[in-house]
Design a binder for this molecule. Structure first.
Ligand SMILES: Cc1cc2nc3c(=O)[nH]c(=O)nc-3n(C[C@H](O)[C@H](O)[C@H](O)COP(=O)(O)O)c2cc1C
Length: 318
């Protein structure tokens, strides 16, 4: 065979390689230059992973719902929090669905770090979804970032989902702005879970017809200015006390388990605030109200307490 002539194999690969054209519009889309994805390694999905980071349970519910929809198609699905997931076997899946909440206008730092540490997943179709609270929190760009993290590993994007619900950001209600959260008290509802199933099944459908999705971030000046960086630093500055109240603590270990950076040792009531990333996972989930944390001098109450106070029981997928 003459040197430089593509073999049947390479020709097939070249034909299968999908070039996604540049998308550039003045109306808020950032220019995206042509992206080349590897061919999808297996269009027949037998094994899928649905992996999430969830602090207060919304993202977990969506992940479980997506997993059930895929299982119903006869696919063997591993569904789990990223911390319980065997990352060593990540390249063995025919489809990876990853989800997280939007924190400070972005993918939470701990989840970014984990996704960045994964081994290559060349040609594996990937779908990303985010759960978010309220309006205008850079949700679209966050799901793009989530996809970027997997595409950097060799993933081929086949789906993106955005699912809104009540915000779990404690300073909002603790500072008296309860109405802003209660406006969304009916969410997630049946329609939300239907949309999650649609997202999972359309991602699967895109794998079967070898059709990656195109996506691009939106430039939004006001979001860029008041963006996550400044909100994060605001939270850092505004947060005062952060300790475990020994008299209230029931030693259940929830705070330690929920903290994604290992900043809390419940056994000896120790909090290393230098490691804290202001995700409020400890205060949101403590069943005894024992996390003593202040924001602008006011004591924060957690999401569990907030929903209890208003008699809200979150819906599960039917
Ligand atoms: C620390 C923190 C920061 C948040 N930042 C944003 C944000 O920037 N944009 C947004 O839409 N929602 C934001 N939220 C709301 C969450 O994204 C939303 O409540 C999400 O569904 C929580 O998911 P989970 O229940 O799986 O933890 C934030 C919540 C917390 C606790």
């Amino acid at each position: 065979m003459a040197a430089g002539k593509p073999t049947d194999m390479t020709r097939k690969s070249l034909l299968q390689t999908t070039s996604v054209a540049a998308v550039c519009s003045i109306a808020g889309e950032l220019p995206v230059f042509a992206r080349e994805y590897r061919p999808i390694k297996n269009q027949q999905v037998k094994k899928a992973a649905v992996i999430w980071y969830s602090q207060a349970g919304n993202t977990r519910r969506y992940g479980e719902c997506a997993a059930t929809a895929l299982s119903a198609k006869g696919i063997a699905v591993t569904a789990s929090d990223y911390r319980d997931f065997d990352a060593g076997g990540i390249d063995a899946y025919d489809l990876i669905v990853a989800g997280c909440p939007v924190f400070y206008y972005d993918v939470p730092g701990n989840y970014k770090e984990w996704l960045s540490s994964l081994k290559p997943i060349d040609g594996t179709p990937v779908a990303g979804f985010v759960s978010f609270g309220g309006a205008g929190g850079n949700q679209h760009n966050t799901v793009c970032t989530l996809l970027d993290l997997m595409v950097e590993k060799g993933g081929v994007p086949v789906g993106a989902g955005l699912f809104g619900n009540m915000s779990t950001y404690p300073p909002t209600w603790s500072m008296g702005m309860e109405e802003r959260i209660l406006k969304y008290r009916h969410l997630p509802d049946k329609r939300t879970f239907d949309r999650v199933r649609e997202f999972a099944l359309s991602s699967l459908g895109n794998v079967e017809v070898n059709k990656p999705i195109t996506y691009s971030k939106k430039f939004n000046f006001s979001e860029a200015v008041k963006g996550g960086f400044s909100i994060f630093w605001g939270a850092r500055l505004m947060t005062g006390t952060h300790r475990i109240d020994r008299t209230a603590c029931i030693q259940c270990g929830t705070c330690t388990e929920k903290c994604p950076t290992g900043a809390i040792r419940y056994k000896d009531y120790a909090v290393d605030s230098g490691k804290c990333i202001y995700c409020y996972g400890c205060v949101n989930n403590c069943p005894a109200g024992a996390v003593d944390m202040t924001y602008m001098g006011k004591k924060l109450t957690g999401f569990n307490d907030f929903t209890k106070k208003h008699g809200i029981a979150l819906n599960n997928p039917a």
